[in-house]
Write a protein that binds this ligand. Structure first.
Ligand SMILES: C[S@@+](CC[C@H](N)C(=O)[O-])C[C@H]1O[C@@H](n2cnc3c(N)ncnc32)[C@H](O)[C@@H]1O
Length: 431
């Protein structure tokens, strides 16, 4: 199952890199966790990709985001923290978590590894914590709700490093879920994800410039309507640009969707409109309000980073009183297969998401094993939703059966729009 999970959800590997970067920034808990997980800093930095990912500016970004989020979480005063997604974060070990309930949620492949590991480390360190790990898919309401069973609000839901990986329909499902959860439990959802590109730009300029004074002008350009191109035209632009491109190549994160604000007022308005359409509103607070001490930067550059963070915001998201919450579909997943001659028929029910895509892949591979398939029909008449993990399985099917030979029947309007937005309508035959 681990291999199936990895093939349908490649993103979770980025969370391991985050842990290594925190370890690189001198976080002892992160170093201990990385060691116990068998993650090898030397091995990672030895490769070309590893070197790029470990650039000093990326380490500073991760340290800044992690430590400032801790301070923002504390400032909410919430007694229950829902880390969505938790990845391999060492947050469960932090002192400020000691008087809180900490619910760590991520894909099962991550939480199955992290739950026992954190329990072991806490026992070894003699630390008492109210900590639980739950396998969820953030787009799947039922999985989130079951992680919150018996929990008391108000909640502080925190999201670091998720929104940029989601497609628009996945973002929509996540927002509807958050609205429902905040309606029931109360509290806030906090995230720096919408402006993460701006954090990368700012920190790359702050760290990479040979002369801090030269970086100052470029950092100031982050205000107002500056976007990446304006910043790149600054004196230090070229160096910053190559570092940013290296980051993008190392992790493959495209960081471009409706919830990504690089700088223009139009992007900001689109992100706020999207939230509103899902019954949510955002209040923006400069990250500088909770500027942490950074071990990865000297005091002069930390001060420059603080100035840059006056222009980059934490988003505090709460229900928008007037908007009507959307009830998401919660149908249970099911898959049946049949092979007749060279033709495979697959019938799907409920939701194909990160939790259920491995079962879809397993069912397909079992049905296809040892056969020569010339065509496949996927009956979606009872399918409610498909995420990118499910799309990856359709791609694997197409590669196995042959281009243009996978036919999808009776997909609902939402699923059709997902195919159109992702270009899958070009590789599948829709009926
Ligand atoms: C870049 S990591 C960030 C993890 C953590 N917040 C941190 O800062 O270290 C992204 C995480 O999102 C998780 N993820 C991706 N898609 C998800 C989904 N649909 N539901 C829940 N978690 C998801 C991945 O497994 C991965 O751990």
């Amino acid at each position: 199952m681990d291999e199936l999970r990895e093939r349908t959800n490649p993103v979770f590997n980025t969370a391991r890199a985050t842990l290594l970067q925190l370890a690189q920034a001198g976080h002892t808990g992160a170093a201990m966790m990385a060691d116990k997980l068998g993650l090898d800093l030397a091995g990672m930095t030895a490769t070309d990709e590893g070197k790029k990912a470990m650039s000093r500016s990326n380490v500073a970004v991760l340290e800044l985001r992690y430590r400032s989020m801790n301070a923002f979480i504390e400032a909410t005063g919430a007694k229950t923290v829902v880390d969505l997604p938790c990845g391999y974060t060492p947050r469960a070990l932090e002192d400020f978590i000691a008087d809180k309930r900490y619910i760590a949620c991520d894909l099962p492949a991550v939480t199955d590894e992290m739950g026992p590991l954190v329990e072991k480390i806490l026992a070894e360190r003699g630390q008492k914590r109210n900590v639980a790990y739950h396998g969820v898919d953030a787009t799947n309401y039922a999985s989130l709700r079951s992680a919150l069973e018996g929990v008391e609000g108000p909640l502080c839901i925190t999201t670091e490093g998720l929104l940029m990986y989601l497609t628009k329909p996945e973002l929509a499902a996540l927002m509807d879920n958050i609205r429902r959860i905040l309606d029931e439990f109360g509290g806030v959802w906090i995230t720096q994800d919408p402006e993460v590109v701006r954090v990368y730009i700012a920190m790359t300029l702050v760290v990479m410039s040979s002369d801090p004074a030269a970086a100052k002008g470029a950092v100031q350009a982050l205000g107002g309507t500056a976007d990446m191109n304006t910043v790149f035209q600054s004196k230090e632009g070229d160096k910053a640009k190559s570092t940013l491109l290296a980051t993008k190549n190392a992790f493959g994160g495209s960081a471009a969707n409706v919830m990504t604000v690089k700088g223009t007022p139009e992007q900001l308005a689109a992100a706020k409109d999207f939230l509103r359409a899902h019954g949510l509103k955002a209040e923006l607070t400069p990250v500088a309000r909770q500027m942490p001490k950074l071990s990865s930067l000297d005091p002069e550059r930390t001060e420059l980073a603080r100035q840059a963070m006056e222009r980059v915001n934490l988003w505090t998201i709460t229900p928008d009183g007037d908007a009507v919450p959307v009830e998401g579909a919660d149908g249970a997943f099911g898959v049946d297969t049949a092979v007749d001659g060279g033709e495979l028929t697959v019938t799907l029910r409920g939701r194909v998401d990160s939790l259920t895509a491995p079962d879809f892949l397993a069912a397909f591979e079992k049905a296809a094993e040892g056969k020569t398939l010339t065509a496949a029909r996927v009956d979606m008449s009872r399918l409610e939703y498909i995420s990118s993990a499910g799309l990856r399985v359709l791609l694997i099917m197409t590669k196995r059966v042959g281009a243009g030979r996978v036919t999808v029947t009776e997909a609902n309007e939402l699923i059709r729009s997902i195919f159109e937005q992702t270009g899958y309508d070009d590789i599948l035959t829709l009926q």
